[in-house]
Design a protein around this ligand. Structure first.
Ligand SMILES: [Fe+2]
Ligand SMILES: [Fe+2]
Length: 391
């Protein structure tokens, strides 16, 4: 039952590093990128607003939660990226390596000194924010597509507010990169593959599943972690605003698909489960930061072996990486995707080591809480906790 890993993601072993690294962005100078969208554009003549009260409520909330990246953020704040890197708890040093149980003896990183790790932290930040920005553009395009393809008027209304939110997100990440950081990275190939797949699928719910549930679910968790790590007040606030929008976006996916998936056959659910698994693997692969190691001249395979997909024992045990799935898994459960077809997706998530999150809070209601806290200027810590909160 269900297709094999080979058929879904193009390789048998999800952790096959050789295969993962074969996929890299070959066209770094590309300026525009076309993807064929195979979906029909749907008019509805049923204008009755509020037929789906949960979506209507979300729409009303969204209209009142708009912010302006130019005026609501203080761009005069100076950001010393190096100083930030020195203060970041994520920047590698001897102490942290020991804590993580990582021994660099005999590796290409053995001789790295503090300055090299700081430089690496700076590159990593440039890379992360660049990928966030590209992901945000993916969300912008996907949501515009949902406006066209979803048959319900309440969903079209809501999705239109999300288009505006995503434009803002692309804008602020791009501005932060340009004015506060020290370099851009092109889109990671695994992320690009995923975005292309989401855009080209003809079924309207697949856009939601790929974007609102998988990509945005991961973004919500990643922003929650990033907000805790950074000490830059500008980035903290930027992420806080973005996150309160993202929580609504993920809720939009959960609330829309819950209704639709309840009616699907086992075979139709299988298609969705396979797509969710594919998306999860692509996103896990996209976080390996292969472009950063390449730029630094460190053999990528070696670096990834050290920090992520290690030997059998520690494989997939990177707690940071696992936390990225802390929103996706409970939301998939709420949609019935974990349990359908004898728990097919749960078993696949087991191979990624992320099923453990299934009973964490889902995002169907959490957005209200996130929205409240986003407005609470002193609520940084509480807000950060929400990003990775356990029930
Ligand atoms: Fe966004
Ligand atoms: Fe979003």
């Amino acid at each position: 039952m269900g297709r094999s890993n080979e058929e879904i993601i193009g390789r048998d072993d999800v952790d096959d590093l050789g295969e993962i690294l074969l996929l890299s962005n070959q066209d770094r100078d590309e300026v525009i990128h076309g993807v064929e969208s195979n979906a029909d554009t749907i008019f509805t003549w049923d204008y009755d607003k509020g037929q789906r009260p949960a979506l209507e409520k979300l729409y009303e909330k969204a209209k009142n939660s708009m912010w302006n990246g130019e005026t609501d953020l203080d761009w005069s704040i100076e950001v010393d990226q190096e100083e930030q890197a020195r203060k970041s708890p994520m920047t590698m040093n001897a102490e942290l390596l020991q804590e993580l149980g990582i021994d660099l003896k005999g590796t290409s990183l053995e001789k790295w000194d503090e300055d090299q790790w700081i430089a690496h932290a700076i590159e990593s930040q440039n890379w992360s924010l660049s990928q966030f920005m590209h992901g945000e553009q993916g969300a912008l395009l996907c949501t515009a597509k949902i406006v066209e393809t979803v048959p319900w008027v309440d969903a079209k209304y809501y999705a239109s507010t999300q288009v505006m939110d995503e434009a803002r997100h692309v804008e602020v990440f791009s501005k932060y990169l340009d004015t506060k950081l020290s370099g851009h990275y092109p889109i990671n190939h695994h992320l690009k593959l995923l975005l292309d797949d989401i855009i080209s699928d003809s079924r309207w719910d697949m856009t939601y599943l790929g974007m609102q549930i998988m990509v945005e679910g991961l973004a919500l968790a990643a922003f929650g972690l990033a907000i805790q790590v950074t000490s830059d007040p500008l980035l903290k606030k930027l992420l806080r605003y973005v996150m309160s929008d993202e929580a609504r976006h993920v809720a939009f996916g959960v609330l829309s698909l819950q209704e639709f998936y309840a009616e699907l056959s086992d075979a139709e659910m299988m298609d969705r489960q396979e797509f969710a698994f594919e998306a999860a693997v692509r996103m896990r692969d996209r976080f390996l930061m292969q472009e950063v190691w390449e730029k630094e001249g460190i053999p990528v395979k070696e670096a990834i072996r050290i920090f992520a997909l290690d030997d059998e024992e520690t494989k997939n045990q990177d707690p940071f990486q696992q936390l990225l799935f802390s929103k996706i898994v409970p939301n998939c459960k709420k949609l019935g995707l974990l349990d359908a077809n004898d728990g097919w997706l749960r078993k696949r998530f087991d191979t990624l080591g992320v099923s453990q999150f299934e009973d964490w809070t889902d995002t169907g209601e959490e957005y209200e809480l996130l929205d409240e806290v986003a407005k609470d200027r002193d609520g940084v810590t509480r807000f950060a906790d929400l990003g990775v909160r356990q029930p």
